[in-house]
Design a binder for this molecule. Sequence first.
Ligand code: COA
Length: 423
Amino acid sequence: MKALEGVRILDMTHVQSGPTCTQLLAWFGADVLKVERPGVGDATRGQLRDVPDADSLYFTMLNHNKRSITLNTKDEKGKEVFTRLIKTCDVMVENFAPGALDRMGFSWERIQEINPRMIYASVKGFGPGPYSECKVYENVAQCAGGSASTTGFLDGPPLVTGAQIGDSGTGLHLALGIVTALYQREHSGRGQRVLASMQDGVLNLCRVKLRDQQRLAHGPLKEYSQFGEGIPFADATPRAGNDSGGGQPGRILKCKGWETDANAYTYFITQAAVWEKICDVIGHPEWKEDPDFATPPARLPRLNEVFGAIEQWTMTKTKYEVMEICNPLDIPVGPILSMQELSEEPSLRETGTIVEVDHPTRGKYLTVGNPVKLSDSPSEVSRSPLLGEHTGEILQEVLGYSAEEVSDLRDAGAVGREDCGST
Ligand code: COA
């Protein structure tokens, strides 16, 4: 048994945010039926292609463990099939531009009429308000959700981050909303509407920056490097470079080989509890007693000097040696690991976080497996479906259509012919 076995998801998602959500649900055991436009499919199938005529990694890495049905939901016969899917499924997930499902004739009210137990979950760029009609992509969400204004260095422009907090982050939020609504349905017997907006999701992840915004009213943010550098604070939470977001000062420091290796760096936190050990390790034992360095408040105006001295030491070690020396002493450090290093890390392979998958048209590739591990519901990663691969199977096995009816639907263009070998 998988945790979500028996839950059927009508997956109307595309691109990244929605597919991240339904992929997670599939890993937990839900039967995810991905509905795609005949002959076209999810646009990401063809985006950033590395292998000609094969589904892109963008698509394959976001759509594991799903089945694909091609269905024209704007066609009258296609709408009949879609209605039967709504009746049969527990959850519908979509991340179209605002109003797309209403324009197809499937408003929330109509969906409730068809299936009152249906949980209807959406990702949108913004919640209700002035921007609710906007189409939104990852970096727009990072900017509108407060991440960009607080990322980067004080003297540089706002920066977006490589972590897809707008898309994948919101997909995660939505997945939590869906399982919560499934749990409530156990008691209420009713479905409900679940909305995760990308702006809200990013802002949620930037919670500590709103914390700092309010702290600013009571004085400078002393743990920020700019305090020690004597640079006055303006009205909004500033960009803080690589300063740690908590009360313990931290920075990214060069390690041995930094001149040629772009990732020969370590994160280093000068946690107060282990300050004396840090002093010993970096060869400044005198700082343990020196009133200018002995206490956290004394160090705050001298962080450049402190981290400069620590960096003199880290530059004599590789990032892994820094980890080996500091970890037993409980000094919090972390190597800057590249995608190449992560993809080759044996422990991540062993836990199923990095998985090799075989695909019929593109061959073997690496992906990130389920980052959430359930002891009673382990996730196995299976390849993403080809466009419309399961159209006939879903129509017959899930919806109960006869082979003749399936053939009629194909002839009428309501469903695609991809699984018959022609589009
Ligand atoms: N059969 C028939 N038509 C279909 C279909 C199907 N199976 N599946 C989708 N369509 C139609 C939709 O009904 C819509 O038509 P309409 O514009 O006539 O209403 C159209 O295909 C595509 O919808 P849209 O969502 O507008 O695609 P887009 O490529 O223009 O925009 C986004 C992409 C991501 C910007 C937009 O979907 C969006 O803002 N989504 C919400 C936020 C989001 O998730 N953003 C992050 C994506 S990672």
